[in-house]
Design a protein around this ligand. Structure first.
Ligand code: HEM
Length: 199
């Protein structure tokens, strides 16, 4: 779980970096997307990404079911509630919501951009989606859910990989906080900016 989680977190950083080209205008964003699409390394990584997502989801469901079995015992259930954070208790639900977002997101962008003959540019497909208040709301809400998921996921992946100890925990938490704010506010600012600004 931790390995695929770290991999997906690196993907989010790269994805946001490319998306920030939206602020440099139509030509810059279209060129950035074109470059990513034409790059053989990126194309191979797309398959690795898809497999990474699937493994992460399957292992997450398995872990949830195992936890449910143990939680059947009343003492453990009480202890579990008082010793865990909201984000760790809700990982399965935030995960399911992120998966729903992802399906919608691929329908919104990847399918029309990659698999249809479109006359409208990649930049305009993105910008026109955020003119719709429904999509802007769904996207920003999903980024909030992503933040809750990352809040536990970041720290827990360091722990599972054996990279965390009492001394390092403080810095891992700080780095995790910085990471999730950068990711969630970065993606949200894009959606909100293009909702309010004519382009
Ligand atoms: C404002 C926020 C976002 C924007 C504007 C955006 C934009 C895009 C665009 C334009 C593509 C198509 C790229 C292409 O076909 O070459 C894409 C693909 C994708 N996005 Fe996003 N995205 C956003 C947020 C997210 C988030 C939060 C996630 C993950 C939770 C995500 C996951 C993906 C995935 C998995 C793909 C398919 C990658 C591929 O092309 O192989 N995106 N996104």
């Amino acid at each position: 779980m931790a390995t695929t989680g770290v991999f997906l977190m690196i993907f989010l950083l790269l994805h946001l970096s490319v998306n920030l080209f939206l602020f440099s205008g139509e030509k810059a964003f279209n060129e950035a997307v074109f470059f990513m699409r034409g790059n053989i390394f990126v194309r191979i990584m797309e398959y690795v990404l898809a497999v990474g997502f699937i493994i992460h989801i399957l292992l997450g469901v398995k872990l949830h079911l195992e936890n449910q079995k143990i939680k059947g015992k009343v003492d453990y259930a009480m202890n579990f509630y008082f010793t865990t954070s909201f984000s760790s208790r809700t990982m399965i639900y935030t995960g399911i919501l992120i998966l729903c977002f992802l399906v919608l997101h691929l329908i919104n962008f990847m399918i029309p951009m990659k698999y249809s003959n479109h006359s409208i540019s990649d930049y305009n497909i993105v910008v026109s989606l955020f003119k719709n208040p429904f999509y802007t709301f769904i996207y920003v809400f999903s980024f909030l859910i992503l933040g809750i998921h990352l809040n536990h996921g970041f720290q827990s992946s360091f722990q599972s990989l054996g990279l965390s100890n009492k001394r390092r925990l403080f810095w891992i938490q700080k780095l995790g906080f910085l990471y999730l704010w950068f990711i969630c506010s970065g993606f949200s600012i894009i959606a909100i900016w293009f909702f309010f600004n004519e382009n």
